[in-house]
Design a protein around this ligand. Structure first.
Ligand SMILES: *Cc1c(COP(=O)(O)O)cnc(C)c1O
Length: 397
């Protein structure tokens, strides 16, 4: 029978759960978009976006767009037709960004992993050393690949570029993990960072962000069109130009509330620690399931498993049937296997507005669906609960 009742729970890697407070912040009349509160609110959001990316140098720019729009914005501003990008893929998403660049007239070169590990900084260094003519203008990659769930070491990629003595810009898509795991734009030497509102930032889909570092600002190519031009948006004569038209009023109200929750109330580093603790619970649970022999972590090395999404390969059970039942009968929405993982994996998203009852509930419901689907498994729930217990205060205060 179906036990689905009440609120569904989305445990997909974006869009993620929207807090009630963020929903409520949108429930208000349309404001004046030419003067008054919306201008000050936008300025405060931009200041917080810089803080979020840990940058004093880069300029944050907001687009009325999803993550793909922010991808296109970055490419359009950086490149001229025929210039070269080196794409480092660890699953699906960087390759997707590269496909978009190729379609726009950029020459794209791809270095891809087998989908089960992070990109290799040594491979980057070797390729850049071999680029004697310095044709590669920028390196495009992601911090977390949302398909494979691999975590790339962004600081190590910057070190590889520097070790090769190559001038390439470093462009990083942090859409999946921004606000949820450590990211240091200035300290790690990132030139362009791309984000979106609907994952760790707990806001409805519809906002894309690009942070433009000084070297990227100076490197503008000729692909840029009026809508994507980050210069006009970062240095507008009129507020109206910040968004190349009407500002996304209610999305800005939502984002303001979400950033207040994240930066002013919880604190960014506390949010990183929360994500680490909840991700450890997910991994403890999956390790238990894996003992049954039908399921395994996609990412092989434990230190390369991200704290925001976990991809689970399903060998001895029909992952798609299980996933559909989890939704239909339990009201739990799990992520599909994407790209090379289609039909062979499912994903648990664990980013954004998430707490222990939510994640333990999601893991318990997923385990029930796996059992109902006949997966041979060892329960992972006790290990998940023990992991959460280890993070609780010793003396109960
Ligand atoms: C979700 C995601 C995207 C795409 O974002 P959309 O808003 O769906 O366009 C791109 N890159 C990464 C790493 C993502 O997780």
């Amino acid at each position: 029978m179906s036990l689905r009742f009440g609120r569904e729970f989305v445990a997909i890697p974006g869009p993620s759960v929207i807090p009630d407070r963020v929903l409520a912040a949108m429930h208000r009349p349309a404001p004046n978009i030419y003067e008054g509160e919306i201008i000050a609110l936008t300025e405060s959001v931009l200041a917080d976006l810089a803080e979020l990316a840990r940058t004093r140098q880069a300029r944050p720019v907001i687009y009325v767009a999803n993550g793909h729009g922010a991808w296109e914005a970055a490419i359009a501003n950086l490149f001229s037709r025929g210039e070269r990008a080196l794409v480092l893929d660890a699953g699906r998403f960087a390759a997707g960004w590269g496909e978009m660049a190729a379609r726009m007239g950029v020459e794209v070169e791809l270095i891809a992993t087998d989908g089960r590990r992070a990109v290799d900084p040594q491979a980057l260094e070797d390729r850049l050393r071999a680029d004697k003519e310095r044709r590669i203008k920028a390196v495009l990659t992601v911090q977390v690949d949302t398909a494979s769930s691999a975590l790339n070491d962004v600081a190590a990629l910057r070190a590889a570029i520097d070790a090769a003595g190559h001038p390439a810009l470093l462009c990083v898509d942090c859409i999946a993990c921004l606000g949820s795991i450590p990211f240091e734009m200035d300290a790690w030497g990132v030139d362009v960072m791309v984000g979106a509102g609907q994952k760790g930032l707990m806001t409805p889909p519809g906002l894309g962000f690009v942070w433009v570092g000084p070297r990227a600002w100076a490197a503008q190519g000729d692909l840029v069109t009026q809508y994507w031009d980050w210069r006009a948006r970062a240095e507008p004569e009129l507020f109206y130009q910040r968004f190349c038209g009407t500002c996304p009023t209610h999305h800005l109200f939502a984002l303001r509330e979400a950033l207040t929750m994240l930066l002013r109330e919880e604190g960014l580093e506390a949010a990183w620690r929360r994500h680490r603790a909840l991700a450890e619970a997910v991994r403890a649970c999956v390790a238990g399931w894996a003992e049954g022999g039908a399921l395994e972590f996609n990412v092989l090395a434990p230190e390369q498993r991200s704290d925001v999404v976990t991809t689970i390969l399903a060998r001895g059970v029909d992952a798609e049937a299980m996933r559909l039942r989890a939704h239909r009968e339990l009201g739990l929405v799990l992520g599909v296997g994407l790209g090379p993982f289609a039909g062979q994996a499912f994903r648990i998203g664990h980013m954004g507005h998430l707490n222990p009852p939510m994640i333990l509930g999601a893991l318990g419901a997923a385990e029930a669906a796996l059992i109902a689907q006949g997966a041979p498994l060892r329960s992972g729930l006790a290990a998940a609960a023990e992991t959460i217990a280890r993070h609780m205060d010793k003396d109960g205060r």
